[in-house]
Structures are given as C-alpha cells and as structure tokens.
Design a protein around this ligand. Structure first.
Ligand code: RFL
Ligand code: PHB
Length: 391
C-alpha cells in the first residue's frame, strides 16, 4: 500500500499525529504491534496540561474530556506530613491542569479514528524501516492477514521507549543522554474517593508518595519503592499503611482504603535521544525521550512533539517548504530539555535517594519550605507544571 506518512505506534503520540495530519488533508497509515484492547487497557498518565487539552479540543476530540475531565486549579506538596497548596491558576497567570486518564484519551482517539476512517494496522510484527535516508522510504511488517509493505514520503517513530524506530538511526549519528534512578513507583488504582480534591505530592523521609485520581470515585496512589522489590512484597494493607505515614497524619486519617484492582511497579528514568530526525525518519514522544513521572510530563511532551511535527509536515505538503521539517528536531528538543529539567528537579526534591544522607534531606526540606513561602518560587513551579509554551 502507499500513503504519505507511515506512523509506527498507536500510543498517544501516533494517534494524535494521525488526527492532526488528517485535519490537514494528509494521508497516514498507523502501524501498531499490539491489539486495540491491549493499548486501551494500559494504565499510565493522569494529568493533562492546558496545551494538551487545547490540542484535543482543536481536533474535536474533547467531548468526553469536557464532561468527565476534572479541572484542577491547584496542587498540594507535603514535607514530612505537613502539606501546603500551590494555586497553579493564580501563580501561572490563569492556566490549570485537567485530570483525565491516558486510557480515556486513548479510547477517545481510537473511537474518532474509526469514525474518521483512519487506517490502523494492529498486531503488526517484524516491523522494519527501509531506505529512510532516501525520499522513498518504506516500512515492512507482518499482520495476522499477511505481509504488508507501506511505501511513503515520511516515517514517524511513535513506538515508545522500547520501539524499533530509534534503533534505525545509526550509532554515529545518535547521542543518548540518560539517568537511571535506583527506585521506582508502585502504583495502585482503587474504587474509592480520592483522599484530597487535588493531587498531593508528598516528600517523606521514608520516601515519596503521590495521591492522585481518575475521577471523584476512583483513586490512583503511588509510593516510591526499591527496584528490587516485587509486587508480592506489597499486599494492599502494607501499601495503605505506608501511604498513611508518608501523606502525614491529617490526610492519612482520611484515606479511604479499598481493594486495589491494578498494581504495578514502573521504573524511573530520564532519557533523551538526539537528534529527533534522521533523513525521512522523525521520532516523537517516548521513542525519543523519557521523563520520571513526577512532573506528569510524559504524555504532554508526546503531544507537544506531534503538534510541532504536524505543523511542519502540513507546511511541507501545502507550501513545498522543508523549513519546518528541518527545524523540527531542534524545536522539539528545546521544549523536551526544559521538561526533562523540571521532572528531574521535582524528582530530586521529593524522593529519598539511598546514596544521600541527612544533609541532603535537610536541603530538600529547606527547598520545600522556600517553595511554600515564596510566591516567586511558586510562580516558577506553576509555570512548568501547567506546561511551558511550545516555543
Ligand atoms: P507509548 O504510549 O509507549 O506508545 C507507543 C506505541 O508503540 C507501540 N509499539 C510498536 N508498534 C509497532 N511496531 C513496534 N515495533 C512497536 N514497538 C512499540 C506500542 O505497543 C505502543 O502502543 O508512547 P507515546 O505515544 O510516545 O506516549 C507516551 C506516553 O504513553 C508516556 O509518556 C506516558 O504514559 C509515560 N508514563 C506516564 N506519564 C505521565 O505523565 N504520568 C504517569 O503516571 C505515567 N506513568 C508512563 C507511566 C509510562 C509507562 N511505561 C512506558 C511503561 C507508567 C508506565 C508503566
Ligand atoms: C497519575 O494520576 O497517574 C499521575 C498524576 C501525576 C503525576 C504522575 C502520575 O505526576
């Protein structure tokens, strides 16, 4: 088959790019390794920046988001059980965030893709990228109904951190910047109302905890754990007890405990691959960069990448100008590095690092105290948390 842009991966980056290009009259074929049910079932991010909401709204993909998304004008930080609120809306000059799960975003994207007749090839294996240095690249793959070759003008690698696209860039071209943390996040979902109306990021000497939510009846909690730990080490009661300690006496007493129906451990990593383009191949989203989830930036960065790439490809087809696609990598990386910095800083501020001692803990507590008392520090936090401009 032939298309204009072949997109590898039907996560948020790939699906939103397909919708963006469709809106500009550009044909795409999306190639996904998993089934639709598998992709829709993955529990991941929960917080959307205003820019992400605006992007979905411009694409006409925000009907359920407007009805069910929870608009949060503030967030809470807690230091050893003592919590304070940052008024994001006031400190950022008017912006808010929206709590709406990645699972819901993905469902909306798939439903609209079907209604708009976008082509998605599921259960693709042996995906191979060919001739990406030329103007006639193509992708080969195997689906349950046979082998397929997709000829195209461009290939976009939206296939996440473990995908194949990044590996198609020669080693002498690709530079990797990476920091792997020695701890992870143990996350649970439970059908109980959240402990607080807004999110609480808790820094405790026993480790980090986060109280989040998916709706007013469904909570999402995380606690920092060692990567060597197994899920069997964490029966629900142990998680609730640990959350109660780390969130502090006030919130701890209000925790509504219930059975968890999703429990998983995610590693934490900061990672950037440069450049985000090689020949006719572009990278977008997790295939090019990973942030620790502390700033809730992963999904939002995927959206800003594809917004920039969508503009560049639309310019290429409508004006026959390569200026946008030539500038894409540098433009996207400018924003990526700022989100990397914020996520790394917020992680460093709130987590217990086994290799550090009492002095570093006092530094964290002092910085949290500064954040609590300084409107300027809060403005900087809020500006980053609600999402920096595209640039
Ligand atoms: P995705 O969502 O990983 O989608 C990539 C898609 O590519 C497919 N794929 C392939 N398809 C064809 N051929 C291949 N060879 C392929 N290899 C892979 C995959 O099946 C998948 O469908 O990347 P994308 O679109 O860039 O979106 C990025 C976001 O999903 C990601 O940044 C966030 O979910 C990160 N993240 C979190 N972000 C937050 O902001 N808050 C969170 O709480 C949060 N939790 C998480 C997360 C990521 C996790 N991962 C990647 C394991 C928890 C986890 C467990
Ligand atoms: C979530 O609800 O999954 C969530 C919220 C905020 C974060 C990370 C994850 O920073």
């Amino acid at each position: 088959m032939r298309t204009q842009v072949a997109i590898v991966g039907a996560g948020p980056a790939g699906l939103i790019l397909a919708h963006l290009l469709h809106a500009s009259g550009i044909e795409t074929v999306v190639i996904e390794r998993q089934t639709r049910a598998y992709v829709e079932g993955r529990v991941r991010a929960g917080v959307l920046e205003q820019g992400t909401v605006d992007c979905l709204s411009r694409l006409g993909l925000d009907q359920r988001l407007r009805e069910e998304g929870l608009r949060h004008s503030g967030t809470h930080l807690s230091a050893d059980g003592d919590d304070f609120r940052i008024d994001l809306e006031q400190a950022s000059g008017g912006a808010c965030v929206t709590v709406y799960g990645q699972q819901e975003v993905t469902r909306d994207l798939f439903e609209a893709a079907e209604a708009r007749g976008l082509t998605i090839l599921f259960e693709a294996s042996d995906v191979g990228l060919h001739d990406i240095e030329t103007e006639k690249p193509f992708v080969t793959l195997r689906t349950p109904s046979g082998e397929v070759r997709v000829d195209c003008d461009f290939v976009v690698g939206c296939d996440g951190f473990h995908g194949i696209s990044r590996q198609a860039i020669p080693n002498h071209v690709l530079r990797i910047f990476e920091r792997v943390y020695s701890f992870g996040w143990l996350g649970i979902l439970t059908e109980r109302p959240p402990v607080s109306e807004e999110l609480v990021y808790a820094s405790h000497e026993r480790g980090f905890a986060l109280a989040s939510m998916r709706s007013i009846t469904r909570s999402r909690y995380y606690i920092q754990c060692d990567m060597g730990e197994r899920l069997e080490d964490w029966p629900d009661e142990r998680i609730w007890d640990e959350l109660a300690v780390r969130l502090g006496p006030n919130l701890g007493a209000r925790l509504q405990r219930g059975p968890s129906f999703e429990k998983s451990i995610a590693p934490l990593r900061s990672f950037v691959a440069e450049p985000m383009r090689y020949g006719r191949l572009f990278l977008a989203g997790d295939s090019a960069h990973i942030v620790p989830p502390t700033g809730a930036k992963g999904l939002n960065l995927a959206v800003s990448d594809v917004t920039m790439l969508g503009e560049a490809l639309a310019e290429f087809y409508s004006e026959r100008s390569a200026a946008g696609i030539d500038a894409y990598s540098a433009r996207a990386l400018g924003r990526v590095w700022k989100a990397e910095r914020f996520s790394w800083w917020f992680t460093t501020l709130t987590h217990r690092f086994p290799e550090t001692g009492a002095f570093e803990r006092r530094m964290q507590v002092a910085e949290l105290s500064y954040l609590r008392s300084s409107s300027r520090a809060q403005a900087s936090f809020a500006e980053n948390y609600v999402g920096l401009p595209l640039g």
